[in-house]
Design a protein around this ligand. Structure first.
Ligand code: MEV
Length: 312
């Protein structure tokens, strides 16, 4: 029996912008997906997906998941015409758009395969396998989700648009920071949303370039503020990042409402995290009291919410 796990993630700065080679920052969260792989007699694979989910997520992603599993197995050289695998997914990460559920399951699966077949693959190879798996969900993923999911911690990531290795730096915080993540309950399709933003960018390059200019200073100042633990500033920059996500049309009324609930309850900043047009928001809430307050405000308004930490 082989076992493996992968962290969920939350993006602090730069979803969508990261696709175009701009820097982004994401942090693994404590919740994870776990995979167990067992070799059985026969061919093909059998999947038991026991991951918790926001209603409908797994059904909606099922076809993409099949491509993703095949991609990971092919990349790792597992031939399902010769082997039969029983794959069981579990863990405490609630599957929802925006929390890196697809990446976490790809990383967990790759680690479980490496374990079961005694391949001894290191994190770099696991990350590469998970990236192949992510293509089943995203089409053209930037790689930030699988990177945060594999390596953990807070990462500063720049996609290499020329196909070479991506830039990945781990940023150490002087102490972990509390956050709240909340789900809109709507499942987004990442490849559709990414393709739509790309179309808008291509139709109106000047408009997009202006937004990029603003984003560049958000991420530059955001990294500095995180390194300085200037959390008030980090929060303000998250709000600014949310405004830019509104401009590129990946927020919606429900997500804007959630962001307002979080900031009205005292969050230092809040924004869409991940694909958008559904999925999750994250809110910066240092300290147990503030975290509780924001968590309760979102729960009272009827949204599923989770308390987590970044920079662990
Ligand atoms: C999805 O978590 C983040 C996006 O930027 C897509 C990607 O980076 O591949 C929307």
């Amino acid at each position: 029996m082989g076992k493996g796990s992968g962290f969920g993630k939350t993006i602090l700065f730069g979803e969508h912008f990261v696709v175009y080679g701009l820097p982004a920052m994401a942090s693994a969260i404590g919740d994870f997906t776990e995979a167990i792989v067992e070799i059985e007699e026969g061919k093909g694979y059998e999947l038991s997906d026991n991951r918790p989910e926001v209603p409908g997520y797994k059904k909606k992603k099922f076809d993409e998941q099949k491509i993703s599993i095949k991609n990971v197995l092919t990349f790792m050289g597992v031939d399902l015409d010769k082997e039969k695998l029983k794959i069981t997914l579990g863990g405490n990460l609630t599957c929802a758009s925006g929390v890196g559920a697809s990446a976490a399951s790809c990383v967990a699966l790759a680690r479980a395969i490496s374990d079961e077949f005694q391949m001894g693959w290191d994190d770099t190879r696991i990350n590469e396998s998970a990236y192949e798996g992510e293509k089943g969900y995203h089409g053209t993923p930037s790689g930030i989700d699988n990177t945060a999911s594999t390596f953990g911690g807070l990462v500063y990531f720049v996609k290499n648009l020329h196909g070479g290795p991506n830039t990945m730096e781990t940023i150490k915080l002087s102490k972990p920071v509390d956050m709240v993540i909340a789900s809109s309950g709507m499942t987004a399709n990442t490849s559709v949303v990414v393709a739509d933003v790309r179309e808008k960018k291509e139709e109106n390059p000047k408009w997009f370039e202006e937004i990029v200019k603003e984003y560049k200073s958000v991420v530059k100042d955001g990294r500095h503020a995180l390194e300085m633990m200037d959390l008030e500033k980090v929060g303000k920059l998250m709000n600014k990042n949310h405004e830019l996500l509104q401009k590129i049309t990946v927020s919606n009324e429900k997500l804007d409402k959630m962001v307002k609930i979080a900031t009205d309850a005292g969050a230092l900043g809040a924004k869409v995290t991940g694909t958008g047009r559904g999925g999750n928001i994250n809110a910066l809430t240092p300290g147990a009291d503030l975290q509780d307050k924001v968590y309760n405000a979102l729960k009272d308004a009827g949204f599923a919410a989770w308390k987590t930490k970044i920079g662990v």
